[in-house]
Design a protein around this ligand. Structure first.
Ligand code: NAG
Ligand code: NAG
Ligand code: NAG
Ligand code: NAG
Length: 259
């Protein structure tokens, strides 16, 4: 009799907590709405971008540019500003290696800084938000109004177009308001720096052979990548659940002592 009551209370607490937990996972945290009796310290909003980028990737080249141009301060400041947040598109080291023409080595300091700033939007966007963004035409980046990107959402894959670079989001490194970091296949080259004289696809090796080579210069249709999309956000969720289940255990334990 006594024991079944405890069980009932315990399981209702469990239900309550798990519904809270799933509610939290689905929508951005609403700390004010949390039950006031549980005085959990709200998780600090501070996200250390240097740390995140140094453990993911490899993004060493981008990270070095961020430090040398001091754009990291701008990004971190924007990330600390939780009202707007930030969305960063990070090319892997291999994307910088693959960049033969145009080269970044001849850019002025100011141009290089703009190019790095061009890799971020001054607002947090989840992957789902890009469906709306793609209908909005050119979107201004942190480099300013002249530096725009076009987005298209092609059945769940986000494509980016800078004029010079056509690429896509290949994985989400981090996507929790206020900070989104998405890995992209290519370095984003702004028209505002390189002009609108868009180069043709990388020329194939000088061909003395007159035979028609079958689509030698077509961009390789790589289909990998998107599977790994929600990696980090789901691990956050699992961590969240871990915390909740410990909380539930503690609560039930407390009840048992009390009765
Ligand atoms: C952010 O992370 C970097 C690299 O781990 C570390 O050197 C730096 O001290 C951290 N910054 C803050 C403010 O915690
Ligand atoms: C961002 O916030 C962290 C933690 O409050 C602070 O240490 C850091 O200096 C801030 N950085 C910028 C650029 O505002
Ligand atoms: C960089 O500029 C120098 C001289 O201004 C030129 O000779 C060189 O070809 C340029 N390099 C690239 C990669 O554009
Ligand atoms: C972006 O889209 C607009 C039309 O919405 C077009 O005029 C512009 O050329 C596009 N820019 C790039 C870089 O593709």
């Amino acid at each position: 009799m006594e024991f079944s009551r405890i069980l009932m209370i315990g399981s209702s607490v469990l239900l309550l907590c798990s519904s809270l937990a799933s509610g939290q996972a689905a929508s951005p945290p609403a700390p004010a709405a949390m039950s006031p009796s549980l005085t959990l310290a709200p998780a600090p909003a501070y996200v250390n971008l240097t740390y995140l980028l140094s453990v993911a990737g490899p993004f060493h080249t981008f990270l070095n540019y961020l430090e040398s141009t001091k754009v990291m301060d701008t990004f971190q400041n924007q990330a600390n500003n939780t009202d707007q947040g930030i969305t960063i598109f990070v090319p892997k080291d291999s994307a910088f290696k693959a960049l033969k023409k145009p080269s970044l080595s001849n850019l002025s300091d100011y141009q290089l800084k703009s190019l790095i700033l061009f890799h971020a939007l001054p607002k947090f966007y989840s992957l789902a938000d890009f469906t709306d963004l793609s209908a909005k035409g050119p979107i201004s980046t942190l480099a300013g109004g002249m530096y725009t990107l076009n987005f298209t959402d092609n059945s769940g894959t986000v494509h980016l177009d800078s004029g010079w670079s056509k690429t896509k989001v290949t994985s989400a490194v981090h996507s929790t308001d206020p900070v989104a970091i998405y890995q992209v296949d290519k370095v984003l080259l702004p028209e505002a720096i390189f002009g609108t004289d868009i180069p043709p696809m990388p020329a194939p090796a000088p061909a003395p052979a007159p035979d028609i080579s079958p689509v030698a210069d077509a961009p390789s249709a790589d289909s990998k990548g998107t599977a790994a999309l929600p990696s980090t956000s789901s691990s956050h969720r699992i961590m969240n659940l871990g915390i909740w289940s410990q909380l539930v255990l503690a609560l039930v334990g407390g009840w048992l002592l009390f009765l």
